[in-house]
Ligand binder design. Structure first.
Ligand SMILES: [Zn+2]
Length: 439
């Protein structure tokens, strides 16, 4: 894959992945075309080596396994992780409300969304629907309206003269999207709208909608921007850009070593769920893959986890929000993230490993540490390190407008990350690198 090809495929992946469920579905589709077999958690596993496998949980988290041999104690696992979820507006269970001749939908905010950019966007709806068929069987499927069907209009400046100085957003009352004109004769019925979409997309008739997990998203697809097309803008770059770079890095790796990628849901809300990084998904996968606990522990202590999540690039209009010696720039390579208080899991040894890896992959590297007078965010790296006891480092591509409905990253940085990960999973490594990690 070359850089143009990578960007084209990334933009396509982002378009096909408006929700966490769609993102996992898109990656599984890629894996199946590349020879991976699905293992189901409720069945017995037949993990022959060499072999390529994936396991999904809740349709929103995913583990990828590329097994070269069964010498887990001797060679460890090359592990990488990222999160599949992004801040969004989630449609409430009973969303319908009619106000002044308009049908509106109640929404909850999911995660730490930057809310102001959600106004005046052409929004669409996507997610997972569960229904009962006429024969009483129950099914689930993904739906995606794909076209603009909702909007949250701003209040005109004439009715809010202070809007440019101080805009406060009430999540309950200000963020209620308009979805259609309503005559007032029929009672509103969101389930009927969902039922019609199910019929349109999946040809399912007479479905009794039991429940839904639907999100609003910006119908404007991700794009390259800049006079020289130097940048990418789009929703969910945090952290689907990492998910895509990890997965494609593994499937494109030549003769990969024993490798594992874990893509967790619910990072944006604290990671505690059946499918989140604080849940048992990775641990139970490792226990089933390597049932003998002595072998498993030896494997863990010969392994490294690269946790990948976007970093804050320096914003030229707000550069003083950064430490002046740590100013990650767009298109200048992945960022190693440091935090003395373990909000990031990077150690001097794991960072050194990545610096040598970056040399091998011929990509630049940058560093980020939060200003000492600002609180630092976190990610799945410290959680995974804490839960499994594996040496970990946190990296990510620099980006601007994190958690906005439209984020921005350098067009080269995803490509850099892809190359770093492809090199990480590839068998031929300088053994000195692994000595960085020797205890
Ligand atoms: Zn993130």
């Amino acid at each position: 894959m070359d850089q143009d090809n990578y960007i084209r495929q990334l933009l396509h992946f982002l378009k096909e992945s408006p929700t966490v469920f769609h993102a996992v579905h898109s990656i599984c589709r890629l894996l199946m075309t590349r020879g991976f077999t699905e293992l189901h958690e409720n069945e017995s596993w037949d993990t022959r080596t060499p072999g390529l496998y994936f396991i999904r949980r809740n349709g929103s988290s995913l583990v990828l396994l590329s097994l070269a041999d069964d010498d887990f104690a001797g060679s460890g696992l090359r592990i990488a992780g990222a999160h599949t979820d992004s801040p969004a507006l989630k449609i409430k269970p009973k969303p319908d409300m009619v106000n002044h001749g308009l049908l509106q939908m109640g929404v909850e905010t999911y995660g730490g969304a930057l809310l102001d950019p959600w106004f005046d966007r052409d929004l669409s709806i996507a997610g997972r629907v569960t229904w009962r068929n006429r024969d009483s069987s129950i099914s689930s499927a993904l739906i995606d309206f794909k076209r603009p069907v909702a909007v949250i209009p701003s209040l005109a400046i004439h009715l809010n003269r202070d809007a440019n100085e101080q805009k406060k957003i009430n999540k309950q009352t200000d963020l209620v999207p308009i979805v259609m004109q309503h005559s007032g004769e029929d009672s509103p019925d969101f389930a009927a709208i969902v039922r019609e979409q199910l019929a349109r997309e999946h040809n399912i008739r007479e479905a009794e909608i039991l429940d839904h997990e639907l999100f609003l998203y910006d119908s404007q697809p991700a794009a390259t921007v800049g006079i020289g097309q130097e940048f990418i803008t789009g929703a969910r770059l945090d952290n689907l850009l990492s998910c895509f770079s990890l997965a494609t890095g593994l499937v494109d790796a030549e003769k990969p070593q024993n490798s594992l990628i874990v893509l967790n849901d619910h990072e944006e809300v604290g990671s505690l769920s059946t499918s989140g990084a604080q849940g048992p998904f990775l641990r139970s996968t490792l226990e089933r893959l390597i049932p003998d606990s002595e072998t498993r522990q030896r494997c863990i202590h010969r392994s490294l986890c690269i946790s990948t999540d976007n970093a804050h690039g320096v914003h030229p209009n707000f550069a003083d929000q950064h430490d002046k010696n740590h100013l990650p720039r767009l298109n200048m390579g992945p960022v190693i993230k440091y935090n003395a208080n373990q909000r990031y899991a990077t150690t001097g040894r794991t960072a050194s490993f990545f610096r040598v890896l970056a040399e091998q992959a011929d990509i630049p590297v940058q560093e980020f540490v939060m200003r000492s007078d600002l609180a630092c965010g976190s990610t799945i790296g410290p959680i995974t390190a804490g839960a499994i006891g594996i040496q970990t480092l946190d990296i990510g591509v620099p980006s601007l407008a994190m958690h906005s409905i439209r984020e921005m990253a350098g067009a080269k940085d995803g490509w850099h990350l892809y190359r770093a990960m492809r090199t990480f999973f590839t068998a031929a490594h300088d053994q000195n690198m692994w000595q960085c990690l020797a205890e």
